[in-house]
Structure formats: C-alpha cells, structure tokens
Design a protein around this ligand. Structure first.
Ligand code: PLP
Length: 431
C-alpha cells in the first residue's frame, strides 16, 4: 500500500491532525506513534555518526536534542500551522523563554503588551532584564501606531497573545505584523488560547507561534508541554540579527541553504537553546500531546459553541455585572473577533460578579461542575479568581490594566453538556 497522508498538506485540518508527520512504514508499521523511551540512540557506524552531526541525515543521537516521537509531533504541528518547522519543549514557559532568548541578547529589547499571561509578564519584567534583555510594555495595545514609540534598533521582537489573558481582548494582528515587518522585526504570538484551528497565525503575517501545549493541544489536562512553530517566511539575515548571521556562517557548510534560510530560527532554537538549556519535552509527553491533538478541531468546535451559549446566558444574568468575551456583540473586540476568528474566539471568558469580591468567592465555593483550578484549555470546565491566583502579586494598577478586578472570575469553558454548565453557574451565582 502506498501511504502518503503523512506528508500531504493539501488534506483538511482534521485529516492532518490525525495523520500529518507520521509514516507507519518508518516505525515498524505501528499505527499508534511509538514512544521512544530511551535516553540515546545507537549511532551505527562512524560515517552515519558524521552524517547525523553534520545534519546530512535526519536522525537522533541524544534525546535532549531530538527524538522520533517528538519529531512526529513537531511535523504535525508544523503542518497544521502551515509553517516550515517546529520544536517541542517541556512546558509553555520553556517554549516562550527559549524563543525570546534565541531572538534577543544582552542590550536588546522585546516590545510587548500589558495583557499577557502572568508568567510571561514576569519573564519580560524581571527574569530577562536580569540578563540584559529589556521587556517594553506598550501603554495602549489597541493603538498600533503607538508601537512605533517603543521600537528602536535593538528591538528583536514584537510579542503578543492571540486572545489577551484573562479578558480576551483581540489585537489587530494584520496591522501589528505590517508595522513590525516595516522595521525588519519578527512578530511572535502566544496562540495557546486559540490554537491553529481557531487562529491562522501565519496567514496573518505572524512569524513565530508559541504554545502552552498543556492546554487545548493536549486538551485533557494531563501534562505540561510547549511547542514553538516557525513560518519560514521571515528573513532573519536582514542586518538586525548579527547572531543569526554568525549562526548561518557556522552551519551553512553543513545544512543546505534552502533548509537553513527557511528554518534558521528553529535550527538555532534547537541547536543552541534546546541543547544548552535542556528544556526538552519527554517522548511520553509528546505521545500524550499527539493523542490530544487527534481531536483538536472537534473539541475546539464544541468549546466555542458552549462558550458562546454560556456568555449569552451570563450576559443576561442579574448577578453578573460584566461578561468579557469577544463573541458577544457588546464586546469592544467583537468586530476584530469576527475578522480574525471565523470559527469563534476561543472558550475562555472573564465575568465580574455583582456584590464584589465576597460574592465572587462564594461562586467558587458553590460550583459543582466547574472545577476551581488555575489551568485553562481542559476538556473539563474550570473557574478561577485571577486576583488571588494567576495575577497574584501584581499591583492593583497592573491588574486593572490587564482587566483583573477583585470580583473577576475567569472561566475556561469545557465540552460538557451546555445545560449543565448553565445550571451550575446559575445556582452558584444565586444569592
Ligand atoms: N501561555 C499562556 C497563554 C498560558 O495560559 C500559560 C499557562 O497557563 C502559559 C503560556 C505557560 O504554559 P505552561 O504552564 O505550559 O508552562
């Protein structure tokens, strides 16, 4: 039988989430992707060893660097994303931090927005500055022209999130990528909340997409995982990135020119940062993420349908002051959401409960179907009070800028029966 679904990118998204990147003929015809539970691989002979280390042959030597299970995951996400290559990491934060370290060095800066995941805000505000990399936060993220005031010769990336955390604001990504590219700067997006199914990052000019695969890609809350994907369209040899020029000089004798120019970011990310900092994803985790991704589009359709119905119910609820969800026509981001998310703007929303913090905390005590957890993107519905958890320790001003108040609750809407979700929140909100 000739089997070609694994490398046929003309197939639909749902077909590719099941088949892309995996040829059973290369794995003893096992239909499930095997978990290569080994620390290292036998090199074979001296010539093969040289071919591997000179990148002439695709293969594996040591698992911190690469593994056949992870390679299937990397090829699959790259196919779903429509990019040139991807690298898997042990967590979403490892994916993001290694991406930023690959782009920026001491003396450089990253321009970003205030409504980021809290861990990324801390990375840009505290951790990276300790190594000489400045995180610059734009005052008004919706005013794209104002981004120019933060960019200079040492800016190495504009870093954004597809749907802001936790208030689900939507950025004008087309305008941001156009502006950044006019300076020769790549745009990195954290596409965790939308996934490649709901948001086509590379089709909107984004150059690098980072994921906490812990969330929707895995989908069942069973592992911590991260992935970085590259579009292959950004020219990193445009004069702004001397480290990429040096990397090119070092590797151009070994890696063919087409591969090196189309994947120079992921090559440097893997060869330098994954290898030196060691935040690799275990093959067991890669297997779980692959399992989850087989149903990604189906789950996202259900997540989004449930979220829309729940948002509409909560919008009319007498105990709810505000519902922040861009699928609602009342949202200031509804128009952008309609443009960028034709299949629906994700399934995370934030509500503000009437009666202040005390009333919000009561809801947490009373929910029966929703689980009180800091995670998002699980098939199960989750609820959290951001002020005392995900956004704990940030100043009131910072939190208000991110849309977090003492009566805010963030919901990650799961795929349960919608009537049960509506009834659960209705009884939890009742006074
Ligand atoms: N990005 C977003 C949007 C997140 O919500 C999270 C975690 O909640 C992360 C990144 C970090 O991911 P991980 O926990 O897998 O390191």
């Amino acid at each position: 039988m000739s089997y070609s679904a694994y490398n046929d990118n003309s197939l639909g998204f749902t077909t590719r989430q099941l088949h892309a990147g995996y040829d059973p003929a290369e794995h003893n015809r096992s239909k499930a992707v095997p978990i290569y539970q080994t620390a290292a691989f036998e090199l074979g002979d001296y010539e093969r060893c040289l071919r591997l280390f000179q990148y002439e042959e695709e293969g594996d030597s040591y698992v911190r660097f690469s593994n056949p299970t992870n390679r299937v995951l990397e090829k699959r996400i790259s196919s779903l994303e429509g990019g040139s290559a991807a690298v898997s990491f042990g967590s979403g934060m490892a994916a993001i931090s290694n991406t930023l370290l690959t782009l920026a060095h001491s003396g450089d800066n990253i321009v970003s927005v205030p409504t980021l995941y809290g861990g990324t805000t801390t990375l840009l505000q505290k951790t990276l500055p300790a190594y000489g990399i400045e995180g610059r936060f734009i005052e008004d993220q919706d005013d794209v022209e104002s981004y120019r005031n933060y960019i200079d010769d040492r800016t190495k990336a504009v870093y954004i999130e597809t749907l802001g955390n936790p208030c689900m604001n939507v950025l004008d990504v087309d305008a941001i990528t156009e502006l950044a590219h006019s300076y020769g700067i790549p745009v990195v997006i954290d596409n965790t909340f939308a996934t490649p199914y709901l948001f086509r990052a590379f089709e909107h000019g984004v150059d690098i997409a980072c994921y906490s695969a812990t969330k929707y890609l895995s989908g069942h809350g069973v592992n911590i995982a991260g992935i970085v994907a590259e579009s292959g369209r950004f020219n990193f040899r445009n004069g702004r990135f001397p480290e990429f020029d040096r990397f090119y000089e070092e590797y151009s004798d070994w890696i063919d020119d087409e591969t090196l120019s189309g994947e120079i970011f992921t090559k440097r990310l893997r060869i330098t940062y994954l290898t030196d900092l060691g935040a690799h994803m275990s093959p067991q985790t890669a297997f779980y993420v692959l399992q989850g991704m087989e149903t990604l589009s189906l789950r996202m359709e259900r997540h989004v349908a449930n979220a829309q119905k729940l948002a509409e119910f909560l919008y009319d609820h007498p105990q709810v002051d505000e519902v922040l969800y861009p699928g609602l026509p009342s949202s200031p981001y509804h128009e952008l959401a309609t443009k960028y998310f034709p299949k629906g703007p994700g399934a995370i929303m934030t509500i503000r409960v009437k009666g202040g913090e005390e009333a919000a905390l009561k809801v947490l005590e009373k929910v029966r179907v929703f689980d009180y957890m800091t995670n998002v993107g699980d098939a199960k519905s989750l609820i959290v009070h951001p002020m005392s958890s995900t956004h704990f320790g940030h100043s009131v001003k910072e939190n208000e800028k991110a849309g977090v108040y003492s009566n805010s609750l963030r919901l990650s809407v799961g795929i349960e029966d919608i009537e049960d979700l509506i009834n659960d929140l209705d009884q939890a909100l009742s006074v």
